[in-house]
Design a protein around this ligand. Structure first.
Ligand SMILES: Nc1ncnc2c1ncn2[C@@H]1O[C@H](COP(=O)(O)OP(=O)(O)OP(=O)(O)O)[C@@H](O)[C@H]1O
Ligand SMILES: [Mg+2]
Length: 255
């Protein structure tokens, strides 16, 4: 496996060259980071859960005709994906105020927003992914006006689908972050959904108790991250066999 060419190693994932041109293998690590890597920890089993949850969501989106980079899951930590040219934006969709919007605008956490709000951050770790406007995006050429329209349409469709999907299992989709890429098929270019959607990239609250079932448990030192991610997987009907991975151990069977 290690003979594969490693294309990129990020904070949470590794990208390897795929078996066919135009494909990549996305490997989910157990590393948890927050505040742009200022806080870092390895949490056994997180990668396995995110791989499965992201697979579940991307498969459903593909089935709905929402184009994504996901081709298939290969094993417990890896999936085959279409290589695309990542648009250097983190696209955030918010339904309820939490995190940075609460701080920035003084809106109390948990306040339902009057409508879903889309925000763009420029993907640049050395700048801490600053919030940018459409003006910045087009002026600096990170995306064209048409691409921004496509990204927003994609983000809204994904939000509608995910909100309903999570609501059905007693979870409130507070917000989430996506990354999009340009995918070329012959002469045509399409904006598709890339990266991952998992409890690392969403805020998920239990509808009844408001318990956090996402990476805020790590950011805010609440503990119980794996248990929360397992709860999300279980509610979605994703059966992951076996007890948690043994520390530093080999593979764990995934059904
Ligand atoms: N289909 C794809 N084609 C090419 N690159 C992709 C694709 N999907 C995701 N990526 C990129 O792969 C990387 C995944 O790694 P990871 O999520 O660990 O990065 P990161 O450390 O969070 O840094 P980043 O700020 O770039 O997201 C990201 O840079 C992401 O933009
Ligand atoms: Mg990332």
């Amino acid at each position: 496996m290690n003979r594969r060419r490693r294309i990129y190693e990020g904070k949470a994932k590794i990208l390897y060259e795929g078996p066919e041109p135009g494909t990549l293998i996305q490997h989910f690590k157990d590393d948890a980071t927050a505040f742009n890597n200022k806080k870092h920890e390895v949490i056994d089993g997180k990668g396995v859960l995110n791989n499965r949850i992201s697979e579940f969501i991307f498969t459903a989106l593909n089935d709905l005709g929402i184009q994504t980079h996901f081709i298939k899951r290969i094993n417990m930590r890896e999936q085959l994906i279409k290589e695309c040219e990542i648009i250097p934006l983190e696209v955030i969709v918010r339904n309820v105020a939490a995190g940075s919007i609460s701080k920035r605008l003084g809106v109390e956490e948990g306040t339902q927003l009057p409508r879903s709000v889309i925000e763009f951050c420029y993907k640049n770790d050395s700048l801490d992914d600053p919030l940018v406007s459409e003006e910045h995006i087009t002026a600096f050429g990170w995306a064209s006006p048409q691409e921004i329209d496509d990204i927003m349409a994609l983000a809204i469709r994904i939000n509608d689908f995910l909100s309903g999907m999570f609501r059905a299992v007693g979870i409130r989709l507070v917000d989430f972050k996506i990354e999009c890429g340009r995918y070329f098929e012959g002469d045509t270019m399409r904006v598709i959904l890339a990266d991952e959607i998992s409890p690392d990239s969403c805020r998920l609250w239990d509808i009844e108790s408001n318990d956090k079932l996402d990476k805020d448990r790590f950011r805010r030192e609440m503990g119980g991250l794996i248990e929360a991610y397992q709860d999300v997987a279980k509610r979605l009907g994703i059966m992951i066999e076996n007890t948690p991975e043994r520390k530093g151990s080999g593979p764990v069977l995934v059904k």
